[in-house]
Design a protein around this ligand. Structure first.
Ligand code: GLY
Length: 362
């Protein structure tokens, strides 16, 4: 088992769920099941139908508590809604969850964000743990305490920073994902290489066959490297005052594409990173060879670079409403060198629209 522990993030990476409860003792500074059952009067597992089918039973055999409740949501971004949030809170009340109960988010990014927001707000905040089952959630969304739901076109506009007691990653769960969903998480993995770790980019190229085969040792290595980068960044800038913004590489573009083109977050992030690269090239911030390496990786992992939508201005308008902007300026994270990015807010609007247009499928 791998551990990444700092003041803000507690992350465990393992094969299977066997060590789950032991890790929970560790983060709670407890030694036995009796002590743990004194600390938590009930466990409330939130999952979706996919994780219910493939993960829940397996995980539950390693969870021992007096009261264990489960709540299943529909898979997909639409579940990050006020209505679903209200339904879950109502259920929490119905089963008498208390301030001493523990929420367990078992699933991908949607489950993690929604369950995390329930934990952040129920009775003004209770403990929760993240058990991310998708690649995207394992390397990104389950780490760092961002929780939230959507309202209209505004993604994560309602939310809170609320750190999980721990993030417990079982890399074996990746083997249960549909191939397209697994691969779409590679966009976030590539993101880490581009923002902080050029060696990781080479690692992904050299090991792409093992990554496609979801080889356990390669997964542990790859997920650990990404999780370590994220944990280091979050530990330095938990509430996104500065440094943490680099984690949004590709994301400002991605939100509009995700919403309007009806594609997954991971796919939209890759297309967004492609747009960021194109801007960097136009501004002479990087060499074309660097961009070509990104293209090579996207081809190996069948990641999309272009989108299908008629009106690029609509995508731009959603970008303008992104909560990450300040003083009406669009904040963009752009590659500026190998494994290095910068946040810029002075790119001309026409240029941004041009680059969006360039990535439109003919
Ligand atoms: N997904 C970006 C962040 O957690 O800051």
């Amino acid at each position: 088992m791998e551990r990444i522990i700092n003041n803000t993030c507690k992350i465990y990476i393992d094969e299977g769920y066997r060590s789950f409860q032991k890790c929970l003792y560790e983060v709670c500074n407890l030694n036995s099941i009796e002590e743990l059952n004194k600390k938590y009067d009930a466990y409330f597992v939130i999952c979706d139908y996919n994780t219910y089918n493939y993960q829940l039973y397996n995980m539950m055999t390693h969870l021992h508590g007096s009261y264990i409740y489960e709540y299943i949501i529909n898979p997909g971004e639409d579940s990050k809604s006020l209505e679903d949030y209200e339904r879950i809170i109502t259920y929490c009340k119905k089963v008498n969850l208390s301030r001493k109960s523990l929420i367990i988010a078992l699933g991908g990014g949607v489950v993690g964000d929604l369950a995390g927001f329930v934990a952040a707000t129920y009775m003004r905040g209770i403990d929760y743990v993240q058990i991310p089952t998708s690649l995207l959630a394992q390397v990104d969304s389950s780490i760092g305490g961002k929780t939230g739901i959507n309202l209209g076109n505004s993604k994560n506009i309602i939310g809170a920073f609320h750190q999980p007691k721990m993030t417990f990653i079982n890399v074996e769960s990746l083997k249960t994902l549909p191939e397209k969903e697994y691969l779409s998480g590679m966009g976030e993995v590539i993101k880490y290489a581009l923002i902080k770790d050029y060696d990781l980019l080479n690692y992904l190229i050299d090991n792409y066959e093992d990554i496609l085969d979801i080889k356990t040792s390669t997964m542990i290595n790859m997920v650990r490297r990404c999780a370590q980068i994220k944990a280091d960044i979050v530990n330095e800038d938990e509430k996104e005052g500065g440094l943490r913004r680099i984690l949004n590489l590709g994301h400002t573009f991605a939100h509009g594409i995700e919403k309007l083109c009806n594609i997954s977050h991971g796919e939209a992030v890759t297309i967004g990173i492609n747009m960021a690269f194109k801007l960097s090239l136009r501004k002479n911030l990087i060499e074309p060879e660097y961009y070509n390496k990104f293209l090579e990786l996207c081809e190996k992992f069948q990641l999309p670079l272009n989108f299908n939508y008629e009106d690029e201005k609509e995508i731009f308008n959603i970008m303008k409403n992104d909560k990450k902007n300040s003083f009406n300026k669009i904040n963009l994270v752009l590659p500026v060198g190998k494994g290095n990015v910068e946040v810029v807010d002075n790119i001309e609007e026409d240029l941004i629209i041009d680059v969006i247009k360039e990535c439109k499928n003919a």
